[in-house]
Structure formats: C-alpha cells, structure tokens
Design a protein around this ligand. Structure first.
Ligand code: FES
Ligand code: FES
Length: 155
C-alpha cells in the first residue's frame, strides 16, 4: 500500500506515493536523490540526517515520510542562494570545520537553526546547541569557531 504525500523540498513542490513505513531520510535520499543528507546511525544518535522541517531542525531518520506531508523542508542542497553559499556554509569552509565531511550537512543545518534562535550565542550555547550532532573527526573546535564566525557575519 502506498500513501500520497505532497510537500515542498528546497522550494520545490513534490508529490509522491510512499510506503507508510518509509523513513523521511530514505525518501530524501532514495526517492528525491538528495544524498547530502547522511545516515550515520539510524538510531537518533548522530545528527548526520538533520534537516529543517518548517524551519525547525529534525533528525530525518526519526520521522516517517508521511509525517512530513504538507511540510516545508530544507536540506543542505537548499541552503545556497543564487549560487552563493549560506553564511554558515561559508564559515565552515573558511575555518576548515570538517575533515571527512560526513557530519557536516547535519551540523550546518543544526547551526542554522541555532543561530535563528540565538543570533549571538556564547561558546557554551553553541556547544549545547550542537550536542545532538556527533563528529568523530574534528574535535569540534573549528566547528564552534565557524558558528562564531557565522554569527559575527550576521551582526
Ligand atoms: S542517522 Fe539520524 S541521528 Fe544518526
Ligand atoms: S568531519 Fe568527519 S564526522 Fe565530522
């Protein structure tokens, strides 16, 4: 059995019929081909699958695609504007806030949400805001610096 869904992904209207058991992350990756969203654990631990749903960050491995019916989604592919990187993407690039890059899409989208809530966060608030996103490479230091840089750019 398949269920019809209609949603907007990165500004583009999508209509599909999906199995009710299909996870949102698999819908994004396997149906829409948006493979920037990663699967790191499938158990809600790592944050690699983080996207924005109606402006709020969610772990897309914890939702079914049918639960996103009617929603507006933003994935890492949708952050740039007219070929220009989002300020958080720019800061990650400039400060080398990544190594293998597997955590990076989720980390960036979580940072975008963090800065929407707290445009001028302290270092402790940044670390707290990103605690649901794991990185096994960087030691987090440059990630925190990149979020500070993006916050400064937004002031
Ligand atoms: S894949 Fe979703 S939290 Fe790890
Ligand atoms: S850069 Fe490799 S997991 Fe974060």
């Amino acid at each position: 059995m398949k269920v019809p869904i209609a949603l907007t992904v990165n500004g583009r209207r999508r209509e599909d019929a999906v199995e009710p058991r299909l996870l949102l992350v698999h819908y994004l990756r396997d149906v829409l081909g948006l493979t920037g969203t990663k699967v790191g654990c499938d158990t809600s631990q790592c944050g690699a699958c983080t996207i924005l749903l109606d402006g709020l960050s969610v772990k897309s491995c914890t939702l079914l695609a049918v639960q996103a019916d009617g929603a507006q989604l933003t994935t890492i592919e949708g952050l740039q504007r007219n070929g220009r990187l989002h300020p958080v993407q720019e800061a990650f690039w400039e400060l080398h806030a990544l190594q293998c890059g597997y955590c990076t899409p989720g980390m960036i989208l979580q940072a975008v949400q963090l800065l929407q809530e707290r445009p001028n966060p302290t270092e402790a608030e940044i670390r707290h805001g990103l605690e649901g996103n794991l990185c096994r490479c960087t030691g987090y230091h440059n990630i925190v610096r990149a979020v500070q840089r993006a916050a400064a750019a937004g002031r």
